[in-house]
Design a protein around this ligand. Structure first.
Ligand SMILES: CC(C)(COP(=O)(O)OP(=O)(O)OC[C@H]1O[C@@H](n2cnc3c(N)ncnc32)[C@H](O)[C@@H]1OP(=O)(O)O)[C@@H](O)C(=O)NCCC(=O)NCCS
Length: 194
């Protein structure tokens, strides 16, 4: 029988919960070092287990950021992380970062569900005004799921990031609470953002 899970935020497909450094750090370390996952992330250096344990510890410092594990509702499997970084309290902005480390779960709507939960927390609990995100121009999946959640492209830094032997544009996206609320209503009513 599945143990009763820790629930911080509950969506249609996933649960977001605090990470546990004793049981989750090894998975995080495997994911972030995986070339196919790392290809999409700003972090390019090898990460030790200690790095991941420290990352989980810092996730507990709610004044700076909020780091949560993404768990499948059906099975309780931890498949990734979803976080709010760089919370800027005076301007009520923060940036988001997501990683589904189990690659077989990419493109199945879990990221969109998790991002909507995080935005609900950011806007309706923390009372943020805008939320931002950046992605490499080649990361169409990341750009697409952000746009599903109401983000708009706010700008493009040209040739800003070097990856796979060449420079790529960096896409800046952002969403305000006002833009996101109608999508949230639709998501709650129909279970879909569209
Ligand atoms: C980015 C990420 C969190 C998105 O979560 P996800 O669960 O895979 O995304 P979803 O399935 O909710 O949505 C993806 C959307 O992009 C579409 N998509 C999938 N692959 C795509 C591709 N190669 N090109 C364009 N669109 C693509 C999906 O079809 C879906 O759109 P749709 O609903 O219109 O069909 C996840 O893929 C991930 O962790 N990737 C690796 C790490 C990463 O890129 N992190 C973000 C760094 S900015």
């Amino acid at each position: 029988m599945m143990e009763r899970p820790v629930i911080f935020l509950e969506g249609k497909k996933v649960i977001l919960r605090p990470l546990n450094k004793h049981t989750d750090a090894e998975k995080l370390q495997r994911w972030i070092n995986d070339p196919e996952v790392r290809h999409n992330l700003v972090m390019i250096f090898p990460q030790t287990l200690k790095n991941e344990e420290d990352f989980i510890d810092r996730g507990g410092d709610a004044a700076k950021g909020v780091v949560l594990g993404m768990v499948l509702k059906e099975t309780g499997e931890l498949i990734g992380t979803m976080a709010l970084h760089e919370i800027d309290w005076p301007n009520r902005n923060a940036s988001t970062g997501a990683m589904i480390g189990e690659k077989k779960y990419w493109g199945k709507g879990y990221g969109t569900d998790a991002k909507m939960l995080l935005l609900d927390y950011a806007f309706n609990t923390l009372n943020l005004h805008t939320v931002s995100s950046t992605a490499f121009a080649f990361n169409k999946r990341s750009i697409r799921y952000s746009i599903h959640c109401g983000y708009k492209v706010e700008g493009v830094q040209r040739s800003r990031l070097f990856r796979s032997g060449r420079y790529w544009d960096r896409v800046h996206l952002g969403v305000s609470k006002r833009e996101w609320l109608p999508i949230w209503r639709r998501y709650k009513e129909t279970g879909s953002v569209r």
